[in-house]
Design a protein around this ligand. Structure first.
Ligand code: PEP
Ligand code: MN
Length: 347
């Protein structure tokens, strides 16, 4: 693929013909700085609740066909069943993607693969250009890799889309897949990764930093009116500066020809930054419980510092330290700092 980046841009869902055309037109305004542009829109939406917008269905495939004809860009939609695959391919959809919920179920993925194989023989004008597979909703690198293999058996080009889990990036999972299959393009999905429109342009920086092959981003002409994933969709022009930065980074490799490629270091740093955040989240949650313990103690006339309890915790630290291969001295030092702050919360 070289330096060419794939950008899969479009709304979470196709909602109306006007919304699809207006968004596609704004997406095409970005084209001057983009190598491989693909327009996306979901027509069958896997939603959490049954009383929300479930997608427009097959009618939306016609709108995607129209985008393809009017703007001359390839189009992509999500499939979750063999029937979806058949309808999408008959409508001339260029790329299919498999969503995170489907990706969590290997039987679903296999049924999609079988449908692709079957239709390859049945449809005369078979022109599927590729299939994108999102990571499963749970951070399971092995299952994601297994799904890549299932798809490869269809003979259609495959790309991975890293969208994280529960609005956490899960860099460790993606790093594993990247190391195991450096030959498979990997795109970033900052929209589902963050669930937050404000964070999306900033997260785009990870594409260049981690040497990824592009991004799938949810964009909408009027995000505030979106029928699904409203909080994470941005206007296409909101990506302008992030794309300029990506474009420049892609054009000029290393300033100094002798500088080592720091992509691997950036992956490791992404992993460690995420772990640090988890660490601080846990510490903050601990302080919160500590405060509640303080209130209980106050109400019952118990002093904040209880030497017996300190002894029990010290013993537990030894057991945990052995299991985790962490030195007793280090754990004791860390715990003293945390305990001191906990006591401060209680006085
Ligand atoms: C989507 O891309 O619109 C989508 C439903 O994504 P995910 O499967 O990652 O939640
Ligand atoms: Mn979505």
């Amino acid at each position: 693929m070289g330096n060419r980046k794939y950008l899969v841009l479009g709304p979470c869902a196709a909602e109306s013909r006007e919304q699809v055309m207006e968004t596609a037109s704004l997406v095409c305004d970005l084209r001057f700085q983009i190598s491989n542009l693909i327009f996306r829109a979901g027509v069958w939406k896997p939603r959490t609740r049954p009383d929300t917008f479930q997608g427009i269905g097959e009618e939306g495939l016609g709108w995607l066909q129209e985008v393809k004809e009017r703007f001359g860009i390839p189009v992509a939609t999500e499939v979750a069943t063999p029937e979806h695959v058949e309808a999408a391919l008959k409508a001339g959809i260029d790329y299919l993607w498999i969503g995170a919920r489907s990706s969590a179920n290997p039987i679903v993925v296999q049924s999609i693969c079988s449908a692709i194989l079957d239709l390859r023989l049945k449809i005369e004008d078979f022109r599927l250009k590729g299939v994108l597979i999102k990571n499963p909703v749970n951070a399971d690198a092995a299952l994601w890799l297994g799904n890549i293999e299932r798809l490869e058996a269809t003979g259609i080009p495959v790309a991975a889309v890293h969208r994280g889990c529960n609005h956490q990036p899960c860099w460790a999972m993606a790093h594993k897949v990247r190391l195991a299959r450096p030959d498979i393009p990997m795109l970033l999905d900052p929209s589902h990764m963050s669930g937050d429109a404000k964070v999306v342009p900033m997260l785009m920086g990870k594409v260049a930093e981690l040497g990824l092959d592009g991004a799938m981003v949810e964009v909408h002409a009027h995000p505030e009116q979106a029928l699904s994933d409203r909080k994470q969709q941005i206007r296409p022009d909101g990506l302008m500066s992030a794309l300029k930065v990506l474009n420049d980074a892609t054009k000029s490799p290393n300033d100094e020809p002798t500088a080592p490629n720091d992509t691997e270091l950036n992956w490791l740093r992404a992993e460690i930054d995420e772990l640090d955040e988890t660490l601080w989240d846990t510490i903050a949650a601990r302080m919160e419980v500590s405060k509640r313990i303080g209130e209980w103690k106050k109400a019952h006339g118990v002093a904040p510092l209880q030497p017996e309890r300190v002894k029990v915790i010290g013993e537990r630290l030894k057991v945990i330290g052995e299991r985790l291969h962490l030195s007793e001295q280090f754990m004791q030092k860390m715990w003293e700092i945390i305990h001191e702050q906990s006591l401060n919360e209680q006085y």
